[in-house]
Design a protein around this ligand. Structure first.
Ligand code: COA
Length: 393
């Protein structure tokens, strides 16, 4: 997790809130904030721990799990790297390509995925499906990359897409990363069943837009230019290969002529008009809350049933950590106690897709999950995505 720990009481200096409100309504006591750490720094630290590598000497990111708890895995043996995030450092290259290079995964194919907070469950399901497909035998199956080991990493720097003047959201989110290695074995079940679902987000309950900031020199009628100003600019800068920003800005170009339509499509309020940041998370907390407990119950029941076991055979449910009360509702709906859930939210807050692998790591390191145990990973998020995986550790 990133170095800076911020307690609920610290947030009282920023917005009208209280430690009491945050802890009783959400179960969150503190969160980590990546100030100078990038999303990739977080992903790298979590991946190194999952591969059993020691932390890098100059690493500012602390990982709760110790490398020694896991077997040493040869980086060259990783065939696939899936990185899930909703807070990527860059759009291109895919962030996974940079992570692959930093980890020395010479033989891995690597790509990013975004399934909002359900990212790890989607990522692990895709990795499992690619492994299974590559091991199918028979003439009708086309040749494809053979994948025996897949590293699935989820990393988030959500606090940089957070509106720090909105108490409804800013108290909820944190930064962090988690990772797991999945290995194909012909004689071991591993992932037994999985289930993914997308419900329409009719009310746009969870959104964060992409802000395009580059001036755009076109409108529907063609190129926007000023011949006289361009000639004057070229005369004043005879050796310049590019025009100056002064010239471009003088044209009054729009950054994204479709911005208003995007805002309307997703019900996004234009915050920059009020002097605020545009690229921030919007959330209708109550809509998400209502969806979450039901979606978690349905996904858990489905994978347990498809896996041919019963809920009481599941040692631990490892859920997305959005709100402790959502977990309490989900436990009630499933007819189990909260003890059946890994609850890690108090010190992390909601780290979107990173929550499930972070909680899984907590469960493994604390010994709550041991080899042979059945575990269900379950999550929900924007989209509205939801899903679960039943696996045997
Ligand atoms: N501090 C103090 N008061 C706050 C507050 C804060 N940080 N945030 C909201 N409030 C206030 C509201 O303004 C409201 O005041 P009002 O009654 O005067 O209007 C009151 O608390 C109740 O707000 P409400 O939204 O009804 O609270 P809630 O019990 O539904 O809890 C969430 C809000 C966001 C914690 C809860 O809805 C939630 O967790 N939703 C799901 C979020 C989620 O899962 N997001 C991620 C999905 S991946």
């Amino acid at each position: 997790m990133p170095g800076l720990k911020v307690e609920n009481a610290d947030l009282e200096h920023i917005v009208q809130t209280s430690d009491e409100w945050i802890s009783t309504r959400t179960g969150i006591s503190s969160r980590r904030i990546a100030v100078a750490e990038t999303m990739l720094d977080l992903a790298l630290a979590a991946s190194r721990a999952a591969l059993g590598m020691p932390a890098a000497p100059d690493d500012s990111v602390s990982i709760e799990s110790s490398g020694e708890a896991f077997v040493d895995i040869d980086p060259a043996s990783i065939d696939l790297l899936v990185l899930t995030t909703i807070s990527p450092d860059v759009i291109v290259p895919c962030n996974a390509a940079a992570l692959k290079k930093l980890l020395g995964l010479d033989n891995a194919i690597a790509f990013d995925m975004n399934a909002a907070c359900t990212g790890f469950v989607y990522g692990a399901t895709v990795a499992d499906a690619m492994m299974a497909a590559s091991h199918l035998k028979g003439g009708s199956v086309p040749a494809r990359n053979v994948i025996r080991r897949a590293l699935v990493v989820s990393a988030e720097r959500l606090t940089h897409v957070t509106d720090w003047q909105d108490r409804n959201t800013c108290v909820l989110f944190g930064d962090g990363a988690g990772a797991a290695v999945f290995e194909w074995k012909d004689d071991a079940p591993g992932i037994i069943s999985s289930f993914l679902k997308n419900d329409d987000d009719d009310t746009n309950a969870l959104t964060c837009k992409q802000s395009y900031t580059s001036a755009f020199p076109f409108d529907e009628s063609g190129v926007i230019y000023d011949a006289e100003a361009k000639a004057a600019h070229d005369a004043a800068h005879p050796d310049a290969s590019d025009v100056s920003y002064d010239y471009i800005n003088a044209l009054g170009l729009s950054c994204d002529p479709a911005a208003a339509r995007i805002d309307a499509l997703f019900d996004i309020e234009n915050k920059s008009a009020q002097g605020g940041p545009d690229q921030v998370i919007y959330m209708n907390g109550q809509k998400v809350f209502k969806f979450a407990a039901k979606a978690m119950e349905a996904a858990v029941r489905k994978v347990v049933e498809d896996g041919g076991i019963t809920i009481d055979q599941v040692k631990l449910i490892v859920p997305h950590q959005a709100n402790l009360r959502i977990l309490e509702f989900a436990a009630k709906r499933l007819g189990v106690t909260l003890d059946s859930f890994q609850v890690s939210i108090a010190e992390t807050g909601n780290c979107s897709s990173a929550c499930v692998p972070m909680a899984l790591t907590d469960a493994l390191v604390s010994g709550r999950l041991e080899p042979g145990d059945y575990a269900v990973l379950v999550a929900f998020g924007g989209g509205l995505t939801s899903g679960a995986i039943l696996l045997q550790v």
